[in-house]
Design a protein around this ligand. Structure first.
Ligand SMILES: C[S@@+](CC[C@H](N)C(=O)[O-])C[C@H]1O[C@@H](n2cnc3c(N)ncnc32)[C@H](O)[C@@H]1O
Length: 439
Protein backbone atom coordinates (compact mmCIF):
# COMPACT_ATOMS: atom_id res chain seq x y z
CA UNK A 1 0.00 0.00 0.00
CA UNK A 2 2.89 2.38 0.46
CA UNK A 3 4.45 2.81 -2.92
CA UNK A 4 5.78 6.19 -1.85
CA UNK A 5 7.48 4.91 1.21
CA UNK A 6 10.82 6.25 0.04
CA UNK A 7 9.37 9.66 -0.52
CA UNK A 8 7.74 9.44 2.89
CA UNK A 9 11.17 9.78 4.35
CA UNK A 10 12.01 12.91 2.38
CA UNK A 11 10.09 15.81 3.84
CA UNK A 12 7.86 16.51 6.77
CA UNK A 13 5.16 17.98 4.52
CA UNK A 14 5.10 14.93 2.33
CA UNK A 15 5.01 12.67 5.35
CA UNK A 16 2.01 14.53 6.64
CA UNK A 17 0.28 14.37 3.27
CA UNK A 18 0.83 10.69 2.90
CA UNK A 19 -0.23 9.80 6.37
CA UNK A 20 -3.34 11.80 5.77
CA UNK A 21 -3.90 9.63 2.74
CA UNK A 22 -3.55 6.41 4.58
CA UNK A 23 -4.96 7.21 7.95
CA UNK A 24 -7.58 9.75 7.17
CA UNK A 25 -6.02 12.19 9.71
CA UNK A 26 -6.32 15.86 8.91
CA UNK A 27 -2.88 17.34 8.28
CA UNK A 28 -1.62 18.59 11.58
CA UNK A 29 -3.81 16.24 13.55
CA UNK A 30 -0.80 14.47 14.99
CA UNK A 31 2.12 15.84 13.03
CA UNK A 32 4.89 15.21 15.49
CA UNK A 33 3.98 11.74 16.50
CA UNK A 34 3.30 10.60 12.95
CA UNK A 35 6.58 12.04 11.74
CA UNK A 36 8.37 10.21 14.50
CA UNK A 37 6.61 7.03 13.69
CA UNK A 38 7.70 7.26 10.10
CA UNK A 39 11.30 7.99 10.71
CA UNK A 40 11.25 5.15 13.21
CA UNK A 41 10.31 2.80 10.40
CA UNK A 42 7.73 0.11 10.89
CA UNK A 43 5.42 2.07 13.19
CA UNK A 44 3.79 3.70 10.18
CA UNK A 45 3.04 0.29 8.78
CA UNK A 46 1.34 -0.69 12.01
CA UNK A 47 -0.85 2.43 11.90
CA UNK A 48 -1.69 1.78 8.31
CA UNK A 49 -2.51 -1.78 9.17
CA UNK A 50 -5.17 -0.55 11.60
CA UNK A 51 -6.71 1.56 8.86
CA UNK A 52 -6.55 -1.15 6.22
CA UNK A 53 -7.96 -3.83 8.48
CA UNK A 54 -10.49 -1.53 10.19
CA UNK A 55 -13.64 -3.44 11.11
CA UNK A 56 -15.84 -0.90 9.31
CA UNK A 57 -13.91 -1.07 6.04
CA UNK A 58 -16.17 -3.70 4.43
CA UNK A 59 -19.14 -1.35 4.78
CA UNK A 60 -17.71 1.24 2.38
CA UNK A 61 -15.11 -0.76 0.49
CA UNK A 62 -17.76 -3.30 -0.55
CA UNK A 63 -15.27 -6.01 -1.50
CA UNK A 64 -17.95 -8.33 -2.89
CA UNK A 65 -19.16 -5.68 -5.33
CA UNK A 66 -15.57 -4.90 -6.35
CA UNK A 67 -14.85 -8.57 -7.04
CA UNK A 68 -18.08 -8.89 -8.99
CA UNK A 69 -17.12 -5.86 -11.07
CA UNK A 70 -13.76 -7.44 -11.90
CA UNK A 71 -15.61 -10.45 -13.31
CA UNK A 72 -14.77 -14.11 -13.26
CA UNK A 73 -11.58 -14.80 -11.31
CA UNK A 74 -11.43 -18.53 -11.52
CA UNK A 75 -8.11 -19.71 -12.97
CA UNK A 76 -7.04 -16.11 -13.52
CA UNK A 77 -3.68 -14.79 -12.34
CA UNK A 78 -3.98 -11.45 -10.57
CA UNK A 79 -1.41 -8.99 -9.23
CA UNK A 80 -2.69 -6.90 -6.33
CA UNK A 81 -0.36 -3.87 -6.39
CA UNK A 82 -0.17 -2.15 -3.03
CA UNK A 83 -1.53 -5.27 -1.35
CA UNK A 84 -0.92 -3.82 2.15
CA UNK A 85 -2.33 -6.25 4.68
CA UNK A 86 -3.81 -8.45 1.96
CA UNK A 87 -7.38 -7.18 2.38
CA UNK A 88 -8.10 -7.84 -1.31
CA UNK A 89 -5.37 -10.44 -1.98
CA UNK A 90 -6.99 -13.10 0.23
CA UNK A 91 -10.45 -12.34 -1.14
CA UNK A 92 -9.13 -12.77 -4.70
CA UNK A 93 -7.58 -16.05 -3.62
CA UNK A 94 -10.88 -17.22 -2.15
CA UNK A 95 -12.59 -16.34 -5.45
CA UNK A 96 -10.35 -18.85 -7.25
CA UNK A 97 -7.57 -16.61 -8.56
CA UNK A 98 -3.85 -17.19 -8.40
CA UNK A 99 -2.54 -14.06 -6.67
CA UNK A 100 0.66 -12.06 -6.55
CA UNK A 101 0.39 -9.74 -3.54
CA UNK A 102 2.86 -6.95 -4.35
CA UNK A 103 4.02 -4.20 -2.05
CA UNK A 104 7.04 -1.91 -1.65
CA UNK A 105 7.01 -1.97 2.13
CA UNK A 106 8.97 -4.49 4.19
CA UNK A 107 6.48 -4.24 7.03
CA UNK A 108 3.62 -5.41 4.81
CA UNK A 109 5.73 -8.05 3.08
CA UNK A 110 6.52 -9.52 6.50
CA UNK A 111 2.90 -9.24 7.60
CA UNK A 112 1.64 -10.95 4.43
CA UNK A 113 4.20 -13.71 4.84
CA UNK A 114 3.17 -14.32 8.47
CA UNK A 115 -0.53 -14.19 7.63
CA UNK A 116 -0.15 -16.63 4.80
CA UNK A 117 1.75 -19.02 7.06
CA UNK A 118 -0.85 -18.69 9.81
CA UNK A 119 -3.74 -19.18 7.48
CA UNK A 120 -1.97 -22.13 5.85
CA UNK A 121 -2.59 -20.56 2.48
CA UNK A 122 -1.85 -22.58 -0.61
CA UNK A 123 1.62 -21.26 -1.39
CA UNK A 124 1.25 -22.17 -5.04
CA UNK A 125 -1.72 -19.86 -5.44
CA UNK A 126 -0.29 -16.93 -3.46
CA UNK A 127 3.03 -15.28 -4.10
CA UNK A 128 4.16 -12.34 -2.00
CA UNK A 129 6.39 -10.08 -4.06
CA UNK A 130 8.34 -7.06 -2.84
CA UNK A 131 8.45 -4.55 -5.66
CA UNK A 132 10.31 -1.26 -6.14
CA UNK A 133 8.41 2.03 -6.28
CA UNK A 134 8.93 2.47 -10.02
CA UNK A 135 8.00 -0.97 -11.37
CA UNK A 136 5.50 -3.78 -10.77
CA UNK A 137 8.29 -6.17 -11.83
CA UNK A 138 5.92 -8.27 -13.86
CA UNK A 139 7.24 -10.64 -16.46
CA UNK A 140 5.86 -10.10 -19.96
CA UNK A 141 2.26 -11.37 -20.14
CA UNK A 142 2.47 -12.77 -16.62
CA UNK A 143 -1.03 -11.92 -15.34
CA UNK A 144 -4.64 -11.63 -16.49
CA UNK A 145 -5.63 -8.85 -14.09
CA UNK A 146 -3.80 -6.08 -12.22
CA UNK A 147 -5.68 -4.50 -9.31
CA UNK A 148 -4.76 -1.31 -7.46
CA UNK A 149 -6.93 -0.22 -4.56
CA UNK A 150 -6.16 3.20 -3.04
CA UNK A 151 -2.76 2.99 -4.64
CA UNK A 152 -2.92 4.63 -8.08
CA UNK A 153 -2.57 8.17 -6.74
CA UNK A 154 0.60 7.22 -4.85
CA UNK A 155 2.54 6.26 -7.93
CA UNK A 156 5.00 8.75 -9.42
CA UNK A 157 5.64 8.87 -13.15
CA UNK A 158 2.50 6.90 -13.87
CA UNK A 159 2.87 6.78 -17.63
CA UNK A 160 6.15 4.87 -17.39
CA UNK A 161 4.80 2.71 -14.55
CA UNK A 162 1.60 1.70 -16.34
CA UNK A 163 3.45 0.95 -19.57
CA UNK A 164 5.23 -1.68 -17.48
CA UNK A 165 1.87 -2.85 -16.10
CA UNK A 166 0.52 -3.18 -19.66
CA UNK A 167 3.55 -5.23 -20.67
CA UNK A 168 2.95 -7.54 -17.69
CA UNK A 169 -0.65 -8.20 -18.69
CA UNK A 170 -1.66 -11.00 -21.01
CA UNK A 171 -3.29 -10.14 -24.31
CA UNK A 172 -6.75 -8.79 -23.53
CA UNK A 173 -5.81 -8.54 -19.84
CA UNK A 174 -7.48 -5.98 -17.61
CA UNK A 175 -6.39 -3.30 -15.20
CA UNK A 176 -8.72 -2.37 -12.34
CA UNK A 177 -8.22 0.87 -10.42
CA UNK A 178 -10.19 1.73 -7.31
CA UNK A 179 -9.41 5.19 -6.00
CA UNK A 180 -10.91 8.14 -4.14
CA UNK A 181 -13.43 10.45 -5.78
CA UNK A 182 -12.14 13.98 -6.10
CA UNK A 183 -14.89 15.89 -4.33
CA UNK A 184 -16.47 13.72 -1.70
CA UNK A 185 -15.54 12.45 1.76
CA UNK A 186 -12.77 15.04 1.94
CA UNK A 187 -12.51 14.70 5.70
CA UNK A 188 -10.96 11.26 5.21
CA UNK A 189 -8.69 9.59 2.67
CA UNK A 190 -6.20 11.51 0.54
CA UNK A 191 -6.25 15.30 0.43
CA UNK A 192 -8.09 16.74 -2.56
CA UNK A 193 -4.91 17.82 -4.34
CA UNK A 194 -3.67 14.24 -4.50
CA UNK A 195 -6.91 12.85 -5.87
CA UNK A 196 -7.52 12.31 -9.57
CA UNK A 197 -10.76 12.42 -11.48
CA UNK A 198 -11.68 9.35 -13.54
CA UNK A 199 -11.02 11.50 -16.63
CA UNK A 200 -7.45 12.17 -15.40
CA UNK A 201 -6.94 8.44 -14.92
CA UNK A 202 -8.34 7.61 -18.36
CA UNK A 203 -6.07 10.20 -20.03
CA UNK A 204 -3.01 8.86 -18.26
CA UNK A 205 -3.81 5.24 -18.97
CA UNK A 206 -4.57 5.93 -22.61
CA UNK A 207 -1.03 7.20 -23.09
CA UNK A 208 0.25 4.12 -21.28
CA UNK A 209 -1.49 1.80 -23.77
CA UNK A 210 -4.92 1.01 -22.30
CA UNK A 211 -8.29 1.06 -24.08
CA UNK A 212 -12.03 0.44 -23.49
CA UNK A 213 -12.50 2.23 -20.20
CA UNK A 214 -15.37 1.19 -18.05
CA UNK A 215 -15.91 3.80 -15.32
CA UNK A 216 -18.16 3.08 -12.34
CA UNK A 217 -18.78 6.01 -10.07
CA UNK A 218 -21.85 4.70 -8.28
CA UNK A 219 -20.63 1.30 -7.17
CA UNK A 220 -18.83 2.60 -4.08
CA UNK A 221 -19.59 5.64 -1.94
CA UNK A 222 -16.09 7.06 -1.60
CA UNK A 223 -14.29 5.71 -4.63
CA UNK A 224 -14.69 5.09 -8.33
CA UNK A 225 -13.74 1.87 -10.06
CA UNK A 226 -12.18 1.94 -13.51
CA UNK A 227 -11.60 -1.11 -15.64
CA UNK A 228 -9.36 -0.81 -18.67
CA UNK A 229 -7.97 -3.27 -21.14
CA UNK A 230 -4.50 -3.63 -22.52
CA UNK A 231 -4.40 -2.43 -26.11
CA UNK A 232 -3.82 -5.66 -27.88
CA UNK A 233 -1.50 -6.48 -30.71
CA UNK A 234 -3.20 -9.86 -30.94
CA UNK A 235 -5.67 -10.25 -33.75
CA UNK A 236 -8.97 -8.69 -32.83
CA UNK A 237 -12.25 -10.23 -33.88
CA UNK A 238 -13.42 -9.82 -37.45
CA UNK A 239 -16.12 -7.48 -36.17
CA UNK A 240 -13.66 -5.07 -34.52
CA UNK A 241 -14.01 -2.60 -37.39
CA UNK A 242 -17.69 -2.19 -36.35
CA UNK A 243 -16.99 -1.22 -32.75
CA UNK A 244 -16.99 2.51 -33.44
CA UNK A 245 -20.27 2.19 -35.32
CA UNK A 246 -21.90 0.44 -32.37
CA UNK A 247 -20.48 2.89 -29.85
CA UNK A 248 -21.71 5.88 -31.84
CA UNK A 249 -25.20 4.47 -32.18
CA UNK A 250 -25.47 3.24 -28.62
CA UNK A 251 -24.33 6.65 -27.36
CA UNK A 252 -27.64 8.08 -28.64
CA UNK A 253 -30.58 8.45 -26.31
CA UNK A 254 -32.91 6.02 -28.11
CA UNK A 255 -32.52 2.29 -27.71
CA UNK A 256 -31.52 1.05 -31.15
CA UNK A 257 -33.16 -2.36 -30.69
CA UNK A 258 -35.73 -1.17 -28.20
CA UNK A 259 -36.15 -2.03 -24.55
CA UNK A 260 -38.45 -5.01 -25.04
CA UNK A 261 -36.82 -8.44 -25.23
CA UNK A 262 -36.53 -10.34 -28.46
CA UNK A 263 -39.83 -12.24 -28.74
CA UNK A 264 -38.40 -15.65 -29.54
CA UNK A 265 -35.82 -15.45 -26.77
CA UNK A 266 -38.39 -14.20 -24.25
CA UNK A 267 -40.58 -17.23 -25.03
CA UNK A 268 -37.64 -19.58 -24.34
CA UNK A 269 -36.78 -17.83 -21.08
CA UNK A 270 -40.30 -18.44 -19.88
CA UNK A 271 -40.11 -22.19 -20.60
CA UNK A 272 -37.19 -22.94 -18.31
CA UNK A 273 -36.47 -22.65 -14.62
CA UNK A 274 -34.38 -19.49 -13.99
CA UNK A 275 -30.69 -20.13 -13.34
CA UNK A 276 -27.42 -18.59 -14.54
CA UNK A 277 -27.69 -16.99 -17.97
CA UNK A 278 -24.89 -15.79 -20.25
CA UNK A 279 -25.61 -13.25 -22.99
CA UNK A 280 -22.61 -12.62 -25.26
CA UNK A 281 -22.68 -9.43 -27.42
CA UNK A 282 -25.79 -8.33 -25.55
CA UNK A 283 -25.92 -4.73 -26.75
CA UNK A 284 -28.22 -2.36 -24.87
CA UNK A 285 -29.52 -4.95 -22.44
CA UNK A 286 -33.07 -5.57 -23.63
CA UNK A 287 -32.78 -9.34 -23.13
CA UNK A 288 -30.59 -9.19 -20.03
CA UNK A 289 -32.97 -6.91 -18.16
CA UNK A 290 -36.04 -8.94 -19.08
CA UNK A 291 -34.32 -12.17 -18.00
CA UNK A 292 -33.24 -10.60 -14.69
CA UNK A 293 -36.84 -9.50 -14.08
CA UNK A 294 -37.87 -13.17 -14.39
CA UNK A 295 -35.32 -14.16 -11.76
CA UNK A 296 -32.41 -15.22 -13.98
CA UNK A 297 -28.92 -14.48 -12.67
CA UNK A 298 -27.58 -12.64 -15.71
CA UNK A 299 -24.04 -12.21 -16.96
CA UNK A 300 -23.73 -10.26 -20.20
CA UNK A 301 -20.94 -8.75 -22.22
CA UNK A 302 -20.36 -6.67 -25.31
CA UNK A 303 -17.31 -4.99 -26.78
CA UNK A 304 -19.13 -1.65 -26.80
CA UNK A 305 -18.64 0.47 -23.66
CA UNK A 306 -21.72 2.51 -24.60
CA UNK A 307 -23.80 -0.68 -24.80
CA UNK A 308 -22.91 -1.46 -21.23
CA UNK A 309 -23.81 2.02 -19.96
CA UNK A 310 -27.18 1.77 -21.66
CA UNK A 311 -27.85 -1.73 -20.37
CA UNK A 312 -27.03 -0.67 -16.81
CA UNK A 313 -29.34 2.32 -17.11
CA UNK A 314 -32.13 0.04 -18.29
CA UNK A 315 -31.46 -2.39 -15.45
CA UNK A 316 -31.62 0.44 -12.93
CA UNK A 317 -34.89 1.68 -14.39
CA UNK A 318 -36.38 -1.78 -13.97
CA UNK A 319 -34.87 -2.27 -10.51
CA UNK A 320 -32.83 -5.35 -11.48
CA UNK A 321 -29.16 -6.23 -11.26
CA UNK A 322 -27.09 -7.61 -14.10
CA UNK A 323 -23.41 -8.36 -14.34
CA UNK A 324 -22.10 -6.77 -17.55
CA UNK A 325 -18.53 -6.81 -18.85
CA UNK A 326 -16.95 -4.91 -21.73
CA UNK A 327 -14.93 -7.33 -23.79
CA UNK A 328 -14.45 -8.75 -27.24
CA UNK A 329 -16.06 -12.14 -27.81
CA UNK A 330 -12.77 -13.65 -28.87
CA UNK A 331 -11.26 -12.87 -25.46
CA UNK A 332 -14.27 -13.74 -23.32
CA UNK A 333 -13.67 -16.59 -20.91
CA UNK A 334 -15.89 -17.93 -18.15
CA UNK A 335 -15.50 -21.05 -16.05
CA UNK A 336 -16.39 -24.26 -17.87
CA UNK A 337 -19.94 -25.50 -17.58
CA UNK A 338 -21.05 -22.63 -15.36
CA UNK A 339 -24.25 -21.42 -17.07
CA UNK A 340 -27.72 -22.94 -17.29
CA UNK A 341 -28.57 -21.02 -20.45
CA UNK A 342 -26.62 -19.15 -23.11
CA UNK A 343 -28.45 -16.76 -25.48
CA UNK A 344 -26.62 -15.86 -28.70
CA UNK A 345 -28.79 -13.36 -30.52
CA UNK A 346 -28.12 -11.45 -33.71
CA UNK A 347 -24.35 -11.80 -33.55
CA UNK A 348 -22.48 -12.82 -36.69
CA UNK A 349 -18.94 -14.05 -37.01
CA UNK A 350 -17.44 -16.02 -39.85
CA UNK A 351 -15.05 -18.86 -40.56
CA UNK A 352 -12.75 -20.22 -37.85
CA UNK A 353 -13.72 -17.38 -35.57
CA UNK A 354 -17.35 -18.46 -35.59
CA UNK A 355 -16.34 -22.06 -34.86
CA UNK A 356 -14.15 -20.89 -31.99
CA UNK A 357 -16.92 -18.71 -30.53
CA UNK A 358 -19.44 -21.53 -30.86
CA UNK A 359 -17.00 -23.76 -28.97
CA UNK A 360 -16.84 -21.17 -26.21
CA UNK A 361 -20.63 -20.95 -25.95
CA UNK A 362 -20.67 -24.72 -25.59
CA UNK A 363 -17.89 -24.82 -23.03
CA UNK A 364 -19.58 -22.19 -20.82
CA UNK A 365 -22.85 -24.11 -20.78
CA UNK A 366 -23.54 -26.82 -18.18
CA UNK A 367 -24.43 -30.33 -19.32
CA UNK A 368 -28.22 -30.30 -19.61
CA UNK A 369 -28.09 -26.52 -20.17
CA UNK A 370 -29.97 -24.72 -22.94
CA UNK A 371 -28.47 -22.85 -25.87
CA UNK A 372 -30.78 -20.37 -27.62
CA UNK A 373 -29.44 -18.98 -30.87
CA UNK A 374 -31.22 -16.63 -33.25
CA UNK A 375 -29.33 -15.16 -36.18
CA UNK A 376 -29.96 -14.14 -39.76
CA UNK A 377 -30.17 -17.12 -42.09
CA UNK A 378 -28.58 -17.63 -45.49
CA UNK A 379 -32.03 -16.78 -46.91
CA UNK A 380 -31.92 -13.29 -45.41
CA UNK A 381 -30.50 -11.37 -48.43
CA UNK A 382 -33.57 -12.46 -50.43
CA UNK A 383 -35.77 -10.36 -48.14
CA UNK A 384 -33.65 -7.41 -47.15
CA UNK A 385 -30.52 -5.63 -48.34
CA UNK A 386 -29.84 -4.40 -44.80
CA UNK A 387 -28.18 -6.50 -42.11
CA UNK A 388 -25.46 -9.04 -42.89
CA UNK A 389 -25.42 -10.17 -46.52
CA UNK A 390 -22.27 -12.25 -46.92
CA UNK A 391 -23.12 -15.93 -46.97
CA UNK A 392 -20.18 -16.74 -44.68
CA UNK A 393 -21.75 -14.56 -41.94
CA UNK A 394 -25.21 -16.12 -42.22
CA UNK A 395 -26.65 -19.26 -40.66
CA UNK A 396 -27.83 -22.50 -42.27
CA UNK A 397 -29.16 -25.52 -40.38
CA UNK A 398 -26.05 -27.50 -41.41
CA UNK A 399 -23.82 -25.09 -39.43
CA UNK A 400 -25.81 -25.79 -36.28
CA UNK A 401 -25.85 -29.55 -36.84
CA UNK A 402 -22.08 -29.51 -37.33
CA UNK A 403 -21.06 -27.11 -34.53
CA UNK A 404 -23.59 -28.34 -31.96
CA UNK A 405 -23.68 -32.06 -32.74
CA UNK A 406 -23.64 -32.79 -28.99
CA UNK A 407 -27.06 -31.13 -28.52
CA UNK A 408 -30.56 -32.51 -28.34
CA UNK A 409 -32.49 -30.34 -30.78
CA UNK A 410 -35.58 -28.74 -29.23
CA UNK A 411 -36.12 -26.37 -32.16
CA UNK A 412 -34.26 -25.75 -35.40
CA UNK A 413 -36.13 -23.63 -37.93
CA UNK A 414 -35.47 -21.08 -40.62
CA UNK A 415 -38.30 -18.60 -40.80
CA UNK A 416 -39.33 -15.46 -42.65
CA UNK A 417 -40.17 -12.76 -40.10
CA UNK A 418 -40.87 -9.08 -39.69
CA UNK A 419 -39.06 -7.78 -36.61
CA UNK A 420 -40.31 -4.71 -34.76
CA UNK A 421 -37.36 -3.36 -32.81
CA UNK A 422 -37.14 -0.03 -31.03
CA UNK A 423 -37.61 3.01 -33.22
CA UNK A 424 -36.59 1.12 -36.36
CA UNK A 425 -38.95 0.52 -39.26
CA UNK A 426 -40.42 -3.02 -39.29
CA UNK A 427 -37.55 -5.20 -40.48
CA UNK A 428 -38.28 -8.00 -42.93
CA UNK A 429 -35.78 -10.81 -42.60
CA UNK A 430 -35.09 -14.52 -42.49
CA UNK A 431 -33.80 -15.91 -39.22
CA UNK A 432 -32.48 -19.24 -38.08
CA UNK A 433 -33.72 -20.23 -34.64
CA UNK A 434 -32.14 -22.94 -32.58
CA UNK A 435 -32.85 -24.22 -29.10
CA UNK A 436 -30.70 -27.14 -28.01
CA UNK A 437 -30.03 -29.02 -24.80
CA UNK A 438 -26.38 -29.90 -24.19
CA UNK A 439 -25.95 -33.65 -23.76
C1 LIG B 1 -27.21 -6.64 -33.64
S1 LIG B 1 -26.53 -6.26 -32.10
C2 LIG B 1 -27.38 -7.44 -31.09
C3 LIG B 1 -27.43 -7.05 -29.64
C4 LIG B 1 -28.20 -8.01 -28.75
N1 LIG B 1 -27.71 -9.34 -28.84
C5 LIG B 1 -29.68 -7.95 -29.05
O1 LIG B 1 -30.20 -8.87 -29.65
O2 LIG B 1 -30.28 -6.95 -28.66
C6 LIG B 1 -24.91 -6.99 -32.24
C7 LIG B 1 -24.04 -6.72 -31.01
O3 LIG B 1 -22.82 -7.43 -31.13
C8 LIG B 1 -21.82 -6.67 -30.50
N2 LIG B 1 -20.55 -7.21 -30.98
C9 LIG B 1 -20.16 -7.31 -32.27
N3 LIG B 1 -18.94 -7.88 -32.34
C10 LIG B 1 -18.57 -8.16 -31.07
C11 LIG B 1 -17.42 -8.75 -30.51
N4 LIG B 1 -16.39 -9.16 -31.26
N5 LIG B 1 -17.35 -8.91 -29.18
C12 LIG B 1 -18.38 -8.48 -28.39
N6 LIG B 1 -19.48 -7.90 -28.87
C13 LIG B 1 -19.59 -7.74 -30.20
C14 LIG B 1 -22.15 -5.24 -30.92
O4 LIG B 1 -21.58 -4.26 -30.12
C15 LIG B 1 -23.68 -5.27 -30.82
O5 LIG B 1 -24.10 -4.87 -29.55
Amino acid sequence: MSLKKNSLRLTGTKICVLLTVFLGFGCGAKPTSTDQKNSAGHHSGRDLQKHLDAPNRDAWQKPKEVLLAIGSLENKKVMDIGAGTGYFSYKLLDAGAEVIAADTDDYFIELLTTRSRERARNSKALEIRKVPVDSPELKEGEVDVVLLVDTYHHIDNRQAYFKKVARGLKEGGQLVIVDYKKDSFLNEGPPREMRLTPENVVDELTTAGFVDFDIRTELLPKQYLIKAYKKTSKRVSGTAFMKEYWNENYAKEAYMFGTEPDGYFAAQLNKFQPGRLLLPAEGEGRNAVYAASLGWNVTAYDYSVEAKQKALRLAKKHGVTIDYEVQDAIHATYPKESFDMVGFLFVHFEGDERVMIHEKLDSHLKKGGILVLENFSTEHPKYNKQGPQKESLLYAKETILKDFSNYEILDLTVTHEVLHEGSKEPFECSVLRFVGRKK
